[in-house]
Design a protein around this ligand. Sequence first.
Ligand SMILES: N[C@@H](CCC(=O)N[C@@H](CS)C(=O)NCC(=O)O)C(=O)O
Length: 214
Amino acid sequence: MPEYKLYCFAQSGNAYRAALMLNLIGAKWEPVWVDFFKKREQVTPEYRTDVNEMGEIPVLVDGARRLTQSGVILTYLADKTGKYQPQGEDESLEALRWIIFDNQKVNGFLGPYRFLRNWAKPTPDQAVFNFLKGRADNNLKIIDTRLAKAPFLLGERPTIADISLAGYLFYPPEEFGFDIGKDHPAIGAWRERIKALPGWAHPYDLMPGHPLPE
Ligand SMILES: N[C@@H](CCC(=O)N[C@@H](CS)C(=O)NCC(=O)O)C(=O)O
């Protein structure tokens, strides 16, 4: 019997954070596939009533508890298991600081950029791409500078701040039209360190729905 259920789909970097954490802590979990692209389940009244009023993926189910927002899910699992957990108040606040920066400014721009580039119809104006790519590059540079100084965001040890950052950073370069690891070498090296963690798996191997069903 799996301990957790995770509402997710393979193309979602927001869900990948939660799926990756579950794998890294060695949890027994099962995915519940959300048909995000075709049926657009996330916008239905049923989804909003029964699954998540915010209309978002991921959603973690742990018994009677239902959690949304990947940052909340990561914090909950770290606190529950003691794994990838920041230690003490200063580190906890520091982790939260990077998780919010990532949600809003790093994966928060990369995710929509990749979505519009690969799946949006009609294709948006070039100015939209230029804006999102410009913002993403600028903020990836901030992360790259940080990771040039220490192996992980908070220092010597990987924490939930790194797992949050993983969001969209392992998807294929073709989906972005550029190679994040080549443009930002310290992020490239960090990716190798994350890949080496026991339980790491690629988002397309971890969550259902890739390739997209006909
Ligand atoms: N900050 C949220 C973002 C979740 C999110 O935006 N997920 C996307 C799927 S990748 C979604 O459900 N989008 C639906 C929408 O924005 O309407 C998190 O980290 O969980």
